[in-house]
Design a protein around this ligand. Structure first.
Ligand code: FAD
Length: 420
């Protein structure tokens, strides 16, 4: 252990970034963890439950936040992005931009204060399926547990109401953007993924048909703290969805969209078919697939799903989705390649298994790193002292992201110990 070294910077605080930060700090090294959102946890937090054990995401997350609270070696910057990096392994100069939260965290804002506000905003945490007040806690178990204020959404009247209702110093409407500069010895990039934009899949009806949603929206719908209180419903009329289709490879393995396999979508859809079945005993789920990719210990999950007679697997790529004239039911056109017949089948909800695109494809790290053709960071990032982990590297599930983060942590520590 060498406690006199420079800190290690971890960019992104999803499961990979949090793991890398914790493992590094618990070995006695200082860590600076930079997260662009107002809270830590990344995409896994937005799942209802996660495979293969179907645990709620709160389980692992609570353990990690407890470890984090107990470790003074980790400095967390939320609402922050890395704007500039220069230098070399052993000595990188890094510029970090911090967006204002407007809520200082010095006092807890209770519900009676928020109830006085009228201004609302679209809830991006739930993919716009509901709204929050302009001052909001992004999720119940947010870490840090501090509210956030959407300055653009807050009306002037509500700004006055808020200032009168809050204890002095709790809210600072004049808070501005800030920049800090730090020196670090090594960097771990764990910036993760975003869902592929489903509106680019014209034939599959997203945005055109109200009851076509994406797999990430399904996770929020199934969650008790989600926009429907955990009910899986048709957006068109709020009725329970009883006959649900899952369309695999919506974008993935398609030269016109994401030519690669997104690795987790088959498991995610089977998991979501289980949500459908558990929430309503008479429900049906149909999975349209090219081939099912459930390897290793995930294979058992697939075999268990095959046992359920209300779950069907149909091998065939969906060609088109349209609404029936009433607008509540959806008609899928698909060629069943095993039965060698064309199907024209009706459903009340369709879930597109949209794939995983790297955040670095949209916002690259401000240093000359090596990316693959799709914007994922090549394993070693091509630069000594900078290492990638989790979905920043390639699509992967939680267990792979965690292992990856541990190995990035070891590589960063080894590099740090060499000195400048
Ligand atoms: C529909 C669906 C369901 C899934 N369900 C499961 C499941 O049940 N079980 C399972 O094992 N896996 C599941 N996965 C996969 C799982 O989501 C990933 O394995 C996991 O999110 C990878 O974590 P990560 O930390 O690499 O990335 P992320 O979760 O994407 O975290 C990245 C973090 O970096 C932050 N960030 C991004 N850019 C920047 C930047 N420039 N500066 C600072 N911060 C930044 C982000 O805000 C985020 O907090 C599912 C995937 C999908 C699509």
């Amino acid at each position: 252990m060498n406690t006199d070294t420079k800190p290690i910077l971890v960019i992104g605080a999803g499961v990979a970034g949090m793991t890398a930060a914790l493992e590094t700090a618990e070995l006695g090294y200082n860590v600076i963890l930079v997260e662009k959102e107002a809270f830590l946890g990344g995409r896994v937090l937005r799942t209802h439950r996660y495979f293969p054990k179907m645990c709620p995401p709160a389980c692992g997350f609570e353990i990690n936040t407890r470890r984090m609270r107990q470790n003074p070696r980790i400095t967390v910057h939320t609402l922050s992005t890395v704007e500039g990096i220069s230098g070399r392994a052993g000595h990188f100069d890094v510029r970090i931009k911090k967006r204002p939260r407007y809520v200082t965290g010095s006092h807890t804002l209770d519900d009676s204060i928020l109830a006085q506000l009228k201004s609302e905003r679209s809830n991006d945490y739930n993919f716009g399926m509901d709204k929050t007040k302009a001052v909001y806690l992004p999720l119940d178990m947010a870490y840090p547990p501090v509210h956030m204020l959407d300055r653009e959404a807050l009306s002037e009247d509500d700004a006055d109401t808020l200032l009168k209702a809050c204890p002095p110093g709790a809210v600072d409407l004049n808070m501005s953007e800030d920049e800090i500069e730090i020196e670090v010895g090594a960097i771990i990039v764990a910036t993760g993924w975003r869902p592929y934009d489903a509106s680019k899949l014209d034939n599959l009806g997203y945005g055109r048909c109200r009851n076509v949603i994406t797999n990430v929206m399904m996770e929020r719908m199934a969650a008790r703290d989600g926009p429907t209180g955990g009910e899986i419903v048709r957006p068109s009329d709020g009725k329970k969805a009883c006959n649900v289709a899952f369309v695999q490879c919506a974008g993935s393995r398609d030269e016109n969209h994401l030519p690669y396999c997104s690795a987790v979508c088959c498991m995610a859809s089977m998991k979501q078919a289980r949500y459908v079945r558990e929430k309503n005993e008479n429900s049906r789920a149909t999975i349209f697939y090219i081939d099912i990719r459930a390897v290793g210990r995930h294979e058992k999950f697939y075999y268990d799903m095959l046992e359920d007679s209300n779950v069907s697997f149909i091998k065939g790529k969906v060609a088109e989705i349209n609404e029936d004239p009433a607008g509540n039911n959806l008609i899928l056109d698909v060629e069943d390649t095993l039965m060698k017949k064309t199907l024209h089948q009706g459903f009340d909800l369709v879930v597109l298994a949209t794939g995983i695109a790297p955040n670095t494809a949209d916002v690259p790290i401000p240093f000359d790193l090596k990316y693959d053709d799709y914007g994922f960071i090549d394993g070693s990032a091509g630069v000594e002292g900078i290492y990638a982990a989790g979905c920043a590297k390639r699509p992967c599930d939680v267990s792979k992201a965690v292992k990856d983060a541990m190995s990035a942590s070891i590589k960063a520590i080894q590099r740090l110990d060499k000195g400048e």
